[in-house]
Write a protein that binds this ligand. Structure first.
Ligand SMILES: *Cc1c(COP(=O)(O)O)cnc(C)c1O
Length: 406
C-alpha cells in the first residue's frame, strides 16, 4: 500500500491551520460536518464572482453558464452513485429534506394498517418524518432492535417483515455509533415482500461509495456538507418508477409544466421535486466536492481512516474507566465513549479549551442513548485529513479531563 500523504492533503484545508483557545485546532466532529478544501471554496467564489444567475429560465449567457454547471454537477453525482438516469438525482437541501420528500410522497400511497420498518440505529431525521407519516395515514411503525455492540438483529427484522410492510428505512452507517449496516441484505429481504427501501447514506458517503444500481435500492439520500461540500445542498436518489409515482413535495416555480387557475400539470423529473430557485452554487460545489474526494480515492480514504480508528480505539481503551459504545465488527471512524459517571458535556468542554472539537450529547439519536441507559456520549469522529498526532492530543486531553473531573 502506498503511504497516505496526509501532510499534503491538510494543505488543502485552510481551516486546519487555525487556532482555538490559543491551541492548534484538532477537528474531530466530522460526523456532524466535514471541513471544506480550497478546491471547493474556489468553486463557490468563482460562482459568485463570475456567473451568478438564475438557472433554466434565462436566455442570457450567465443563466446558460449557471444552468450548464448545475446540470454538470448532477451528472457527476449520477456517475458517482452509478444511477441509471440523471433525472433520478434530485437536488435537495440535504438528507433531512430528501427524507421528507419521500415521507410526504408516501402519505398518498399508505393506508391504515400498513407497516413501516425503521432500524433502532436511526438519526432523528429518519424517525420523526415516519412518525408524522404514520399519524397522517394510520400506518404502524416497527423497529429492528439491536444488540449491545450496536449491530442490528436481522432475525428480528425477518420476524417484522410481512405483506403488510410497505417501506423500510435504515441508515447505511450510524452517525452515533459508526456501525456499517448490512444494507444489501436489508434491501433484498424488503423486496421479497414487495416493500420499498430508503437508505440514509449521510454518514456513509464520506467513507465509501454506494452503487445504487448494484444495491437495487429504491431511495438513497446524502448531504453535501458531510463530503467536504457546502451546507444546504444534498441529494435524493430515487428509482424513476418511484419518483414518478410520488406526488411533488412543494409547489412553486420550476416544478410545473403548465399552470392555470383550474389546474396545474407537473414538470418531468427531476424538476417536479425541485420547486423554486435551488441552491445553485451549493449544487455546483457539491459536484466539486465529490471530484475532490474521488481525486484522493475512496479506497485510500477508507484504509487510512481505518488505521486512525484502530489507533484511537486502542489508545482510548488504555484509559481506565473509559467505555466505548458501538463496537460492531463493521464500523467506520466514529468513537462514542464515556468515562465512568462523568457527564459527556463536561469532558467536551475541557477538550474544547484544549482546541479539540468533539461532539457531546445524544447525536440526534436519543433512542440509542436510551438503549444504553446513558444521557449521551462524547463522540470523536475522524476524517482522512486527521492524523495520529491529533489522536495523541485527544487522548492526553481526555486523561486531563478525567483527572480534573474525578
Ligand atoms: C447528518 C445525518 C443526517 C442529517 O443530515 P442533515 O444534513 O442534517 O439533513 C441524517 N442521518 C445521518 C445518519 C446523518 O449522519
Amino acid at each position: 500500500m502506498t503511504m497516505f500523504d496526509v501532510k499534503n492533503i491538510r494543505k488543502d484545508f485552510p481551516i486546519l491551520t487555525r487556532e482555538v483557545n490559543e491551541k492548534p485546532l484538532v477537528y474531530f466532529d466530522n460526523a456532524a460536518t466535514s471541513q471544506t478544501p480550497q478546491q471547493v471554496i474556489d468553486v463557490i467564489v468563482d460562482y459568485y464572482q463570475n456567473y451568478n444567475a438564475n438557472i433554466h429560465r434565462g436566455v442570457h449567457a450567465l443563466s446558460q453558464e449557471a444552468t450548464d454547471k448545475y446540470e454538470q454537477a448532477r451528472l457527476k453525482i449520477q456517475k458517482h452513485f452509478n444511477a441509471a438516469k440523471a433525472h433520478e438525482i434530485i437536488f435537495t437541501s440535504g438528507t433531512t429534506h430528501s427524507i421528507n420528500i419521500v415521507a410526504n410522497g408516501f402519505s398518498a400511497i399508505l393506508k391504515k394498517g400498513d407497516e413501516i420498518i425503521v432500524s433502532a440505529l436511526e438519526h432523528h431525521s429518519n424517525i420523526v418524518p415516519w412518525q408524522m407519516l404514520c399519524e397522517r395515514t394510520g400506518a404502524v411503525l416497527k423497529v429492528i432492535a439491536m444488540n449491545q455492540k450496536g449491530e442490528l438483529l436481522l432475525n428480528v427484522y425477518d420476524e417484522l417483515l410481512s405483506d403488510k410492510t410497505k417501506l423500510v428505512f435504515c441508515n447505511h452507517i450510524s452517525n452515533a455509533l459508526g456501525t456499517i449496516n448490512p444494507i444489501k441484505e436489508i434491501i433484498d429481504k424488503a423486496h421479497e415482500v414487495g416493500a420499498a427501501v430508503l437508505i440514509d447514506g449521510a454518514q456513509a458517503a464520506p467513507h465509501l461509495v454506494a452503487d445504487v444500481q448494484a444495491l437495487d435500492v429504491d431511495f438513497y439520500t446524502i448531504s453535501a456538507h458531510k463530503v467536504c461540500g457546502p451546507t444546504g445542498a444534498g441529494m435524493l436518489y430515487g428509482k424513476e418508477e418511484w419518483l414518478n409515482k410520488l406526488p411533488p413535495y412543494q409547489g412553486g416555480g420550476e416544478m410545473i409544466a403548465e399552470v392555470t387557475f383550474e389546474k396545474t400539470t407537473y414538470a418531468d423529473l427531476p424538476h417536479k421535486f425541485e420547486a423554486g430557485t435551488p441552491n445553485i452554487c451549493g449544487g455546483i460545489a457539491f459536484g466539486a466536492a465529490l471530484d475532490y474526494m474521488n481525486s484522493i480515492g475512496f479506497e485510500a480514504i477508507a484504509a487510512y481512516e481505518n488505521e486512525l480508528l484502530e489507533y484511537a480505539t486502542q489508545k482510548l481503551l488504555e484509559i481506565e474507566g473509559l467505555k466505548i459504545y458501538g463496537t460492531a465488527k463493521n464500523k467506520t471512524s466514529v468513537i462514542s465513549f464515556n468515562i465512568e459517571e462523568l457527564h459527556p458535556y463536561d469532558i467536551g468542554s475541557i477538550l474544547d479549551k484544549l482546541g479539540i472539537a468533539v461532539r457531546t450529547g445524544h447525536h440526534c439519536a436519543q433512542p440509542i442513548m436510551d438503549f444504553f441507559n446513558i444521557p449521551g456520549t462524547v463522540r470523536a469522529s475522524f476524517c482522512f485529513y486527521n492524523t495520529k498526532e491529533e489522536i495523541d492530543v485527544l487522548v492526553a486531553g481526555v486523561k486531563r479531563a478525567k483527572n480534573m473531573l474525578l
